[in-house]
Ligand binder design. Structure first.
Ligand code: ATP
Length: 585
């Protein structure tokens, strides 16, 4: 359940997290308040002028009856108001963009530093919503809502104070209903919030389902399962419409009550005015100015309520974003250690996903410049092991070391300079082939990229593309075959030229022709590097220097192909099974 919304705490947290000084924003806010407060001045002047022309001036506040003076004073007020508005908006926007800019930057930094293991488990749709829609709502708080809210509050207060100065009894009558109205508003807020949080949880779930549905649509259609998913989605959307209608229905009641009560103050004002009329020194026309002033209290009070609800609803985004700020990061060393060598060692490593053990007491060593394959049945913990070596997460117990140094002492940045990883699922970014490969090493020249592509067997197929290396791939770009994508990702890894290479079932999703080409490239790539690779197809690892066989998250056997076959254990069982399926050729 998300934390409840507290507008002031949220605003304060945004400013604190942004690291920006709120001074410029506050200066803008003060000017916006002054701008709105000057709205009262024309009414005050008219009141004094009316008293004067009706020959019943307030003692000590005589005002010239000259319309010219009144006109000049009104013009001066208008110019003053314009100047407050102009500078208030300018400083307000400037301050807001600094605060939100700092906040956004800090948040992106936070997401960048999130453990890869955590990022992989978050629904991407949800994270991108947070970083776009929710931040935009926070931006609106600062650029518009909060300034409008404070300015309206300032105007309501000024109007009531001016009215109190003219006649405190009238002011009291006008403001008498405000406390009751506030209670109604608090009720409205509670209802909105409860309903809003429930709706938010359902929206999150539905958008996750939608992302999953779209991502898996091809498979669902092939298995004729799209219908039931659509029905589920439709049911979710119907429920969401019902929730939204409920919020409108229940939320509108107390808001209407608030309006009614605030406006009820006017009735009290009229009654008090009628009662006082005989005994007051005010000229009949002055009553008009007084009632106009009263509207300058009522109008902004209604606005205040509206802005407050808007603020609260926008602050729900802040509460959601706070979860990202609070996500635990991997500890990074103050002084990163430089590993002595490139050997890899697992020292009594255990790891569990939410209490479910995935790896237990794993220990083995991969000598520098050698190839170790990780094999085992599905669910044995192969990917988890490789992910710990890439520091997607830290182990719960034990240590993973490179060159004798714990990965936690090397630090993530140091580690990512040492390793290259090629995944089964290749990620290509929206951009040209050249840009995608250059992601391996930003400062690589075009020649270096070409030679990496030649070495990874992709130069021929890239040259045949309509725009060669300038062809756009990735989202919205040309779609390539699994084998072609994989070869591009190997070229990227080659370009990075890291001394430790991690391969996660690289050839699992490609055709036999590509498999052979990739295998050739990998053999070249493995020379002079420490390689740890996962493989399902045992024929691809028979030449590995060492094979680590996992079963149920534990090391079952370690040895080379011949030793393991000779032992007649799990490895030979797996091998026999693949021989019978003809997968070892
Ligand atoms: N993100 C996760 N959250 C929870 N449990 C997970 C997660 N990833 C893996 N597991 C569980 O951890 C265990 C080991 O999974 P892992 O993916 O490491 O095995 P694997 O040997 O690579 O399997 P496969 O060969 O099928 O890819 C499994 O029981 C799996 O269900």
């Amino acid at each position: 359940m998300a934390e409840s919304v507290d507008v002031w705490r949220s605003l304060w947290r945004i400013v604190r997290r942004s690291g920006a000084s709120p001074r410029v924003f506050l200066a803008g806010l003060v000017l916006r308040v002054l701008e709105r407060c000057t709205e009262v001045l024309p009414y005050l002047l008219c009141f004094l002028w009316l008293l004067d022309v009706s020959q019943s001036p307030v003692s000590g506040w005589e005002w010239t009856g000259e319309p010219l003076w009144l006109g000049a004073a009104l013009l001066a007020i208008f110019l003053l108001q314009w100047s407050f508005a102009h500078h208030g908006q300018r400083l307000g926007f400037l301050g807001s963009y600094r605060i939100i800019g700092g906040y956004r930057e800090g948040l992106l930094d936070r997401v960048r530093a999130m453990p890869i293991g955590v990022l992989r488990t978050r629904r991407i749709g949800h994270l991108s919503d947070l970083l776009t829609d929710d931040i935009q709502r926070l931006e609106a708080i600062f650029t518009h809502v909060s300034a409008d809210f404070v300015a309206a509050l300032g105007l309501a207060l000024t109007s009531i104070l001016v009215l109190a100065w003219i006649d405190w009894r009238l002011a009291l009558a006008l403001a008498a209903m405000a406390p009751l109205a506030t209670v109604a508003l608090v009720l409205a807020r509670r209802m909105f919030e409860r309903a809003g949080l429930h709706k938010h949880a359902r929206v999150k779930e539905t958008s996750g389902t939608l992302v999953e549905f779209i991502g898996g649509l091809a498979t669902l259609r092939l298995f004729d399962r799209a219908g039931p998913w659509l029905e589920r989605l439709n049911a979710n959307f119907t429920e969401l419409s019902g929730l939204s209608l409920g919020i409108e229905k229940w939320g509108a009641g107390p808001v209407m009550l608030f309006r009614l009560l605030v406006e009820g103050g006017l009735i009290l004002l009229f009654l008090a005015g009628a009662w006082l009329a005989a005994a007051t020194p005010h000229a009949p026309l002055a009553w008009l100015a007084l009632f106009l002033l009263a509207y300058k209290f009522i109008g902004p009070m209604l606005e205040v309520a509206e802005y407050l609800l808007m603020l609260r609803s926008a602050c729900q985004s802040e509460v959601k974003l706070e979860e990202v700020w609070r996500a635990a990061l991997l500890p990074e060393p103050a002084r990163p250690v430089e590993p002595a060598g490139r050997s890899v060692r697992f020292d009594g490593v255990s790891f569990a996903y939410a209490g479910e053990p995935a790896l237990s007491e794993i220990s083995f060593e991969v000598p520098e410049r050698s190839v170790t394959a990780i094999v085992g049945p599905s669910g044995a913990g192969k990917s988890t092991l490789l992910h710990l070596l890439a520091r997607f997460q830290d182990p719960d117990r034990g240590a993973v070391r490179i060159g004798g140094a714990d990965l936690r002492e090397i630090g993530s940045d140091g580690l990512y300079r040492l390793i290259s990883m090629v995944f089964q699922q290749v990620q290509l970014f929206d951009g040209t082939i050249l840009e995608n490969i250059r992601a391996g090493r930003e400062d690589a020249s075009d020649e270096e990229i070409l030679s990496a592509c030649r070495a990874a067997d992709c130069h021929d197929f890239v040259s045949r593309l309509p725009d060669g290396y300038r062809t756009r791939v990735g989202e919205g770009g040309l779609s390539l075959s699994g084998g072609e994508r994989q070869r591009l990702s190997i070229a990227r890894a080659l370009l990075k030229d890291a001394p430790v290479l991690l391969l996660d079932e690289v050839t699992a999703a490609v055709d036999p022709e590509s498999q052979r080409a990739i295998q050739r490239t990998l053999s070249r790539l493995a020379v002079d590097r420490t390689v740890v690779m996962i493989a399902h197809r045992l024929s691809t690892v028979r030449n590995a220097d060492q094979i680590v066989v996992l079963r149920d998250g534990r090391v079952a056997e370690v040895g080379d192909h011949d030793q393991l076959l000779g032992r007649g254990g799990l490895y030979s069982e797996l091998w026999e099974a693949q021989v019978s399926l003809g997968q070892t050729a």
